[in-house]
Design a protein around this ligand. Structure first.
Ligand SMILES: [Fe+2]
Ligand SMILES: [Fe+2]
Length: 299
């Protein structure tokens, strides 16, 4: 079985549009409709999130770029795919709207139900963050991560005044950090991020248990990062604040508890990388806004 994996197409972002169209053409050219003569024939495609943003019409258009891909088409959303207007619900977007859009566009959303192709189990989960990746050396109190705003940025906005009522625990130098993680503005969940992350991990665990007897090998597709070594290292402390939102330690630990999981893919950081943990080879596809890539896995 040949599986193609890509992510972070960001079709709603102007500079990402042409690169997305180009890679979609390339990927469609690899599908089995071209016949067995094609040496790189692909049987399945897995898109790992951040395909678009708030506007679901753009997500539809993006998925339809793959209409001529003849193999199985699978989707896992990213954080941008659950961005909504302030009156919207990101949970409803994740659980109801996105699976419907996928179905209409000929994709199957793996977060809803895993798939077994031959002797390979394909399991997917957007993943989320629980702040376990936050850089503790910065000394920024947890409440800033929970509100997704660095102390310097919070100090400039009235609605975050409560975070700075007492500054005894806020390191002086972090008051110059003007970063915000934009999920804070566009993700609307009826629970904390830690709870949402826990919910997704429980489902992932269930899905892994469901396919284990039906396959020899399990491939997992995620949007968020399961292992810390796949986070881009950047000494700029402003960027370091963002590490808290890249993934979760518990996500990687969960995968390591399932011996049939051999291949894991993720996206989200826009930085390519790979690591081996125990039996697991984990690859970050590393698509950026202007350069799209795909990985090919042969099993
Ligand atoms: Fe992205
Ligand atoms: Fe993302």
């Amino acid at each position: 079985m040949r599986l193609i994996v890509t992510s972070d197409l960001h079709y709603n972002v102007l500079r990402s549009r042409q690169p997305t169209i180009r890679i979609a053409e390339q990927i469609c050219g690899l599908s089995s409709r071209r016949g067995d003569a094609e040496p790189n024939r692909a049987d399945a495609l897995l898109i790992l999130g951040d395909a678009a943003g708030q506007d679901t019409a753009i997500l539809r258009d993006c998925l339809h770029l793959f209409d001529s891909f003849a193999g199985r088409k699978l989707f896992v959303p990213g954080n941008h795919d659950i961005w909504t207007t302030p009156d919207g619900s990101s949970l409803d977007r994740y659980q109801r709207v996105l699976p419907e859009i996928c179905r209409e566009a000929g994709f199957h959303m793996l977060d809803v139900e895993p798939v077994v192709l031959g002797n390979v189990g394909l399991v997917g989960c957007m993943g989320w963050y629980d702040f376990s990746f936050r850089p503790r050396e910065l000394g920024i109190p947890l409440r800033f991560y929970q509100e997704k705003i660095a102390p310097g940025a919070a100090a400039r906005m009235d609605r975050y005044a409560h975070l700075l009522e007492s500054t005894h625990d806020v390191p002086e130098e972090t008051l110059r950090m003007g970063t915000r993680w934009l999920d804070g503005e566009y993700v609307h969940l009826p629970m904390t991020d830690e709870e949402f992350c826990g919910l997704l991990l429980r489902r992932l665990d269930e899905h892994l248990a469901r396919v284990v007897e039906m396959c020899e090998t399990i491939v997992v597709g995620l949007h968020h990062v399961p292992f810390r070594e796949l986070m881009p290292l950047n000494d700029n402390p402003t960027w370091a604040f963002g590490r808290a939102f890249l993934g979760s330690e518990a996500l990687g630990e969960l995968l390591l508890r399932h011996p049939k999981v051999r291949h894991v893919y993720c996206g989200h950081t826009h930085k390519a990388g790979q690591t081996t943990r125990g039996r697991i080879q984990c690859i970050n596809t590393g698509c950026t806004y202007t350069e799209k890539r795909y990985e090919l896995l042969e099993l």
